[in-house]
Write a protein that binds this ligand. Sequence first.
Ligand code: TYM
Length: 331
Amino acid sequence: MKTIYSAIQPSGIMTLGNYIGAVNNWRAMQADKNNDCIFALADLHTITVRQQPQAFNTNCWSFYALLLAVGLDVERSTVYLQSHVHEHSELAWLLNCYTYVGEMNRMTQFKDKSLKHADNVNMGLMDYPVLMAADILLYDTDLVPVGYDQLQHIEITRDIALRVNNIYGDIFKVPEGFIPKVGAKIMSLQDPESKMSKSDPNPNAVISCLDDPAVIMKKFKKAVTDSDTTIAYDPENKAGISNLLRILAVAENKSVEKTVEDCQGLRYGDLKVRVGEAVVEMLRPFQDEYKRLVNEKDYLLKCAKLGKEKAQAKAEKVLKRFKDAIGYISL
Ligand code: TYM
C-alpha cells in the first residue's frame, strides 16, 4: 500500500486550477486499491492571512462539501479538517526546532505573500512550510499529489525529514511530490504567463468550480490568446492557446497531442467555445453534488468526525515515535 497525502486551503474559491491540478487527481488516486489516501482541509494554514470569522466558517463548510462532491469517499479514504487533529500543530512546533530561519526566508511563496500582505507578515506566514511538513510527515506519506507551486514545500519537507532521521534514526518516511502529467500549472485566462490564482483581482482570469455555465462560457470567450491563427501546443510562444489545450485535454480526458490533433482547423473563437463547453460538462456532476451536499450540515459533520478519528489514530502514533526519540517522558 502507498500512503497518499494532500491538502487544500479553504480560502476564497476553489479554482479550476485547484480542480485540475489537485482534487480531480486525488479522486483518481483514490480509485487505485493500492493507495491509502488522506486528504485534508488545511484550515490552520488559512489564518496566515486574516479571515473574517463568519465568512471563514462558511468557507470551511463549503470546501469540505466540495471535497466530498468531487468524489472523495470518507469510508475508503480519510477526509478531514486539519484543525481537528491537534497533532499537526504539535508536530509543527517540534519541527520548528529542526528548521532554519534562512530556509524559510528562501521560500518563494513566503516572499510573494510577504509582498502581497505587507501589513501582516506574521510568523505563521513564514512558518507555513513547517506546518505543511508536519501535515505530510504525520502520516508516513509516500506520495504528495500537488500542483507545481507546492513543489518547493515538498522539497523542504524532505530536507527536514532527512535532517531528523540523521539525528534520531528512522523516524519519518521521506515523501515524494507527485505532479499530474497534464495540468500541474493551469494559467490565468487573462495573463497566461502567470498561474491561475484564487486571489487574482480580475474575475475573468479565474474560473471558480462553482461558476454558472454561462459565466464559464463568457470567461473562456474572453481568454487572452495570441495574434496567430494556428492551433499548436507551444507553452513558450503560445501560452494562452497551450493553456486552453491543456484544460481541454483534461476535460475531454485525452492526451494533449490527441487534443491538438482533434482541434486542427478550428478558429480560436471555436476553440474557446469548445473548451468552455467541455469544462461546463466536466464540472456539471460535481456542481450538482455540491448543491445537494452543502446544506446537509449533519451529514458533513458526521463525515468530518469520522475523518478526524481516522486521521488522529494515524497521526498520534507518528508523533509519539518522534517525541520518544527526542527524549520526552511518555505517560
Ligand atoms: P492551495 O490551497 O493553494 O492549492 C491546493 C492545490 O491546488 C494546486 N493548484 C494548482 N494546480 C494547477 N494549476 C493551478 N493554477 C493551481 N493553483 C493551485 C496546488 O498546487 C495545490 O496542490 N499549502 C497548500 C495546502 C497544503 C498541503 C499540505 C498540500 C497544506 N498542507 C500538505 C499538500 C500537502 C496550499 O496552500 O494549496
